[in-house]
Unconditional design. Structure first.
Length: 123
């Protein structure tokens, strides 16, 4: 390896004045390599920001915003209330226990409905 080969790989210039002599091809290669590295860093950063559970989080927020579970519970309660009311009205002589059961079901419905209307989807 000759002296010219060693100096060919180094920059030349006045380092005190922040001036460097560089071959244009070498500069373009360095610039291209720098650009490729920055692109790769951007790809890695964007891949790191992707949450694999984001679809589930979005689904949970949608269910919460639409209030599906409270609406389902109220709907099921309405069906059960209707069926128990029809059953009670078809009884010839309802007993005190049967009347207490219907009273409890209606009272629970009032509590359910009160909780449903007082809670809103906003946080």
């Amino acid at each position: 390896m000759s002296v010219d080969d060693k100096t060919e790989n180094h920059f030349h210039g006045d380092f005190d004045r922040n001036q460097v002599d560089v071959d244009l091809d070498k500069f373009m290669n360095i610039l291209h390599e720098n650009t490729e590295l920055k692109d790769r860093i951007r790809e890695l950063e964007s891949d790191a920001s992707i949450n694999p559970w984001q679809k589930w989080i979005h689904a949970a927020k949608t269910i919460d915003a639409w209030r599906l579970f409270p609406r389902a519970f109220i709907s099921i309660y309405m069906v059960l209330l209707y069926a128990s009311t029809i059953w009670f009205m078809e009884l010839g002589e309802p007993s005190l226990a049967q009347a207490g059961l219907i009273s409890t079901i209606v009272g629970a419905g009032a509590a359910w409905f009160g909780l449903y209307t007082s809670s809103n989807g906003d946080k």
